[in-house]
Design a protein around this ligand. Structure first.
Ligand code: DER
Length: 205
C-alpha cells in the first residue's frame, strides 16, 4: 500500500504503530508524510518515505482533526499542516481520521478555522476575512514571532462562530487571492475512529 501519514499528536500514534509493524512484521508499504515533523518521525522509525509529488494516488491516509461533525466534515490545521494534508487526502482512495472524544461536534465552528496565507497576501486576506468574520488572529510561535508553515507561509485563525454552511464558507475562503489552504475538509473523509474511555467508536460515511 501507499500510505499518507498525518500530522499531529493523535496521528503520531498511528505513525508509531505503522513504524512498529514495518520493523517487527516487515510490513511492505511506501509512505509519504504530510509535514516535515511527520517525515522526520517516519525516517526515525524506518518507514520507507517518498515525496508526495511522486504519487498520483494514495491508498490510505490516516490523520487527525480538530473538530469533526456527524457528516464527517472536519476542521483541521491546528498543527498548521493542512495544506499538505489536504493534498494527500484529495489524492487518497480512503481517509481515516483518528480523534479523541473531545473532537466530535454537532456543528463546526467552536475551533477557529486555520487559513494558510502567502506572506505577499497577508494584509489583503486579513482585511477580507475581517469583513466576513468577527475575529482573525495571526498565529504566533511561543517566542512571539509569526508561526511559519512548511511552505514558509502564515496561518490566520478565523473565528466564525457556528459554521452553518461549511461548503459555502469553504468556497468563499478558497477564492480569496493568496489563500494557500483552509482547514475545512468536506467530502474528503470516509471514516472516523473516536477514542473513548472504554474503547473506540467507528463512524463511516
Ligand atoms: O493540524 C492538523 O491538521 C492536525 O491533524 C490537527 O488537526 C489534529 O491534531 P491533534 O491530533 O494533535 O489534536
Amino acid at each position: 500500500m501507499v500510505l499518507g501519514l498525518g500530522t499531529g499528536s493523535t496521528a503520531t500514534y498511528a505513525v508509531r504503530e505503522i513504524g512498529r509493524r514495518v520493523s517487527e512484521e516487515s510490513l511492505l508499504i511506501s509512505a509519504t508524510a504530510t509535514s516535515a515533523a511527520t517525515g522526520a518521525l517516519a525516517v526515525a522509525l524506518g518507514i520507507p518515505l517518498r515525496p508526495m509529488g511522486d504519487f498520483s494516488k494514495l491508498d490510505l491516509v490516516i490523520d487527525g482533526a480538530d473538530e469533526i461533525d456527524p457528516s464527517l466534515r472536519a476542521i483541521k490545521g491546528g498543527g498548521g499542516a493542512h495544506f499538505r494534508e489536504k493534498i494527500a487526502v484529495a489524492a487518497s482512495r480512503r481517509t481515516i481520521i483518528v480523534v479523541d472524544s473531545s473532537k466530535p461536534v454537532e456543528t463546526l465552528g467552536k475551533f477557529a478555522l486555520p487559513i494558510e496565507v502567502h506572506p505577499f497576501a497577508l494584509g489583503l486576506v486579513q482585511r477580507q476575512l475581517q469583513r466576513m468574520v468577527a475575529t482573525v488572529t495571526l498565529r504566533l510561535k511561543p517566542d512571539g514571532a509569526p508561526f511559519l508553515t512548511d511552505q514558509q507561509a502564515y496561518v490566520l485563525d478565523a473565528k466564525f462562530g457556528t459554521i452553518s454552511d461549511p461548503v459555502d464558507l469553504a468556497m468563499r475562503i478558497q477564492a480569496l487571492p493568496g489563500v494557500l489552504a483552509h482547514g475545512l475538509f468536506i467530502d474528503l473523509i470516509h471514516e472516523v475512529v473516536i477514542g473513548l474511555e472504554d474503547g473506540v467508536r467507528v463512524e463511516k460515511r
